[in-house]
Write a protein that binds this ligand. Structure first.
Ligand SMILES: NC(=O)c1ccc[n+]([C@@H]2O[C@H](COP(=O)([O-])OP(=O)(O)OC[C@H]3O[C@@H](n4cnc5c(N)ncnc54)[C@H](OP(=O)(O)O)[C@@H]3O)[C@@H](O)[C@H]2O)c1
Length: 329
């Protein structure tokens, strides 16, 4: 089924993989890219570029003309040294601009990327999509507002749209888990806390196939669907699997979390005025202190989503990519 599709966030990790996956599946893919961003790799893959910005409604109206499916992946996510308001400007108001542009252009399906972070820490894991909202920081708060805005817009404007919530995305091209790989690879890794908290990863190839299904599966209007890997682990098992992949020994030592939380708060306060990325920040520490484990029954039932990549295989592929980029030795 070849469609004219539009992907935001394609200059980033997930959107880039998604744009290439949709192209490989035979779609006519247009990617939104901000002025000055290097798009040569996307163009080499046969992806057309529409220059624009989520903050510029006119640029979006021009970009989505004739588009059948919108995959809205872009968000302010990784940056730590930008004003809090920017998260809301891009993740909420930017989403509003895109929804309006898509509606005006007669787009047939709008797929909105949220995050399981809107549910914050999971009590009684694993969680379904119904677990209560509990955003833990302003990024997650902005994603929650974006998700609710999209669902409300679909309903009020009678627009075919659905929301997916990814969980810990990893794979070649991502650097979010690089610090963990480096730390474990150095042999100096110490687990913060007990290591018995649960964590759930999603390999990028599985995720982009799930996102494609969100765009192409009929009768999922207004649904919210969690997309995650086939299983979750404790942090201890995750660290051990990374150590196995890197062929290093884990010290097995644990250190208390609270000094790190205090150090994170201090680093954030000191670094923010100087627009420096803090070496430790509390959102990173959440990784060690919050249960994040999810049920993917709804994705299986509604989308026939069926993640293929085993955790160890995915971590090996990620390590191989880090090595090929000289990010780890
Ligand atoms: N990574 C995870 O583990 C994870 C987990 C749950 C949910 N998510 C969600 O998944 C999505 C993708 O995450 P990612 O890790 O792939 O992010 P990423 O690599 O940081 O990419 C973010 C993308 O958003 C674009 N963007 C930011 N501000 C923009 C603006 N004003 N106008 C247009 N584009 C803009 C960036 O463009 P530039 O290149 O121009 O900066 C980039 O292409 C996000 O919605 C995130 O909230 C991620």
């Amino acid at each position: 089924m070849s469609k004219k599709v539009f992907v935001t966030g394609a200059t980033g990790f997930t959107g880039g993989h998604l744009a290439r996956h949709l192209k490989a599946k035979g779609n006519d893919v247009i990617a939104l890219a901000r002025e000055g961003k290097d798009t040569s790799a996307l163009e080499a893959a046969g992806i057309a570029i529409a220059r624009g910005d989520l903050l510029n409604a006119d640029s979006l109206a021009r970009a989505v003309k004739g588009v059948e499916i919108v995959y809205h992946i872009a968000a302010v996510y990784r940056e730590e040294n930008i004003p809090r308001q920017t998260f809301f400007d891009v993740n909420v108001e930017g989403t509003r601009h895109l929804l309006k542009a898509a509606k005006a252009a007669g787009v047939q399906r709008f797929v909105h990327c949220s995050t399981v972070g809107v549910q914050g820490e999971i009590s009684n894991p694993p969680a379904t999509e119904e677990h209560p909202f509990k955003p833990g920081d302003y990024y997650q708060e902005s994603k929650l507002q974006g998700e609710l805005l999209a669902l409300d817009f679909f309903k009020k404007e009678n627009m075919s749209g659905a929301v997916f919530r990814p969980v810990g995305i990893y794979g070649p091209g991502d650097t979010r888990f690089l610090k963990l790989f480096k730390f474990i690879g150095s042999g100096k890794f110490r687990m913060f806390g007990s290591g018995e908290k649960l964590y759930h990863l999603t390999y990028i190839d599985d995720l982009v196939e799930g996102i494609r299904l969100m765009g192409e599966t009929p009768s999922i209007e207004g649904e919210v669907i969690t997309l995650a890997g086939g299983r979750y682990t404790t942090l201890n098992e995750l660290a051990q699997t990374i150590a196995d992949v890197l062929e290093v020994k884990l010290s097995g030592m644990h250190i208390p979390v609270w000094p790190v939380l205090i150090a994170g708060a201090v680093c954030e306060t000191v670094c923010r005025p100087f627009k420096i990325d803090p070496p430790i920040y509390r959102r990173r520490v959440d990784f060690f202190t919050k249960d994040r484990a999810f049920v993917i029954d709804k994705a299986k039932r509604l989308l026939n989503y069926n993640p293929q990549v085993d955790l160890k295989e995915g971590l090996s592929k990620t390590a191989d990519w880090y090595k090929s980029e000289d990010l780890i030795s």
